[in-house]
Design a protein around this ligand. Structure first.
Ligand SMILES: C[S@@+](CC[C@H](N)C(=O)[O-])C[C@H]1O[C@@H](n2cnc3c(N)ncnc32)[C@H](O)[C@@H]1O
Length: 356
């Protein structure tokens, strides 16, 4: 899967265990799905998932990893991946924008991305199969990029992996669940919360002002293939300036969270947030108590790679270190009534979890 700030890679087993421990949970909405690794794991665990994210690249990941079923797409995806892996490169918008005007990828790989993206567009594929191919291309490009994992900037010196040749793989799409077909959408979370219902909602909103669109603008342009005008050294899409999210606003996030929490049509809520985000633990607990009893699981983590690397000036010289290298991730579980007192061992934590 792609490198992604805020991805719950390490927390996925815990989130799956928590969902499975909840009485009668067969359907889950993942309202801020990002890489869709949470929805993918929940689907694999047999739950029927709806994944939503307001960015097109994330909705494409959701259509691939959550909505598409392996039995429908795997054979054709394998055939197309083999066909595209021998397609010669042909420079176009992607090479010009992300390999010549900026240096996110080596031109030899940018030319392959251009050729494969045009081939995907020309095939007129069914949306689920097209998403699987787009994810295959996004992930292949991610394996040969020259960034620290965000696209606000590229590295001054080429990352060693950028010299490798781009190679597509078939994404790990899972079979349909016994509870029915999963689905995906590309909506603002507040609107989606009003439309969707499930036994449980998983909420993993952004924690601060950094817009995911700006951090992953290359994937947005690759998926949309609208070849927009760009600005700045990182060649960001022009709409990075106009598209926004209330969840990236220090003043707006609390009300936006309150709306989502109030609208979510579900019995259980599971929420991820950390101790560096705009909503502190006491405020989050207060917001969530409107919906029931709140249990908090706390985990200690290494901060994202940028913090490990330190602070650099525009010339790439290290000019400082960050104050701390670890943070706390909270998983808030909201249940309609107080757990009855029996305990369960979940993800290494002992929790009072007999819920019905
Ligand atoms: C912390 S990330 C989710 C990470 C995800 N759980 C994973 O493991 O990959 C937050 C996500 O919220 C999305 N997002 C931000 N504002 C949104 C909004 N208003 N509506 C829907 N999605 C939003 C971002 O695009 C981003 O993918």
């Amino acid at each position: 899967m792609i490198k992604y700030i805020g991805s719950k890679r390490v927390l996925v087993p815990l989130i799956v265990d928590v969902m499975r421990s909840l009485d009668g949970v067969a359907t889950v909405v993942d309202l801020f799905s990002g890489t869709s690794r949470v929805g993918h794991a929940l689907k694999r665990a047999g739950l029927r998932v709806h994944a939503n994210d307001h960015n097109a690249y994330a909705a494409t990941l959701a259509r691939c990893y959550v909505q598409a079923d392996a039995e429908d797409v795997r054979t054709q995806a394998g055939r197309l991946v083999s066909e595209f892996n021998v397609l010669p490169g042909c420079a176009g918008y992607f090479t010009d924008t992300f390999c010549v005007r900026s240096r996110f990828f080596q031109p030899k790989n940018g030319e392959r991305v251009d050729a494969i993206r045009e081939a995907i567009a020309s095939k007129g594929l069914d949306p689920e199969l097209e998403s699987v191919l787009l994810v295959s291309l996004m992930e292949a490009a991610d394996r040969v990029d020259s960034t620290t994992g965000v696209q606000m900037a590229y590295l001054k010196q080429w990352a060693p992996r950028a010299f490798n040749d781009l190679q597509l793989r078939v994404p790990d799409v899972v079979p349909r669940t016994p509870h029915g077909k999963c689905s995906a959408s590309e909506l603002d979370a507040v609107a989606a919360a009003a439309q969707l219902s499930a036994d449980a909602f998983y909420l993993d909103p952004p924690y601060n002002q950094h817009k995911y669109l700006g951090n992953y603008h290359v994937w947005e342009s690759l998926v949309r293939w609208d070849k927009p005008p760009v600005y700045g050294t990182a060649c960001k899409r022009q709409d990075c300036r106009s598209r926004s999210s209330d969840f990236n606003s220090r003043t707006g996030i609390k009300d936006a969270m309150r709306e989502v929490i109030g609208r979510a049509n579900c019995r259980y809520l599971v929420v991820s947030f950390n101790n560096e985000g705009y909503i502190d633990r006491a405020t989050m607990e207060e917001l969530l108590r409107e919906r029931g009893h709140v249990t908090v699981i706390e985990r200690d983590f290494r901060r994202y790679v940028g913090a490990q690397i330190g602070i650099h000036n525009p010339q790439g010289q290290r000019v400082g270190t960050v104050s701390h290298l670890r943070n706390k991730e909270y998983l808030y579980l909201v249940t309609p009534e107080r757990p009855s007192g029996a305990v369960a061992a979940i993800g290494g934590a002992t929790l009072p979890l007999v819920l019905s």
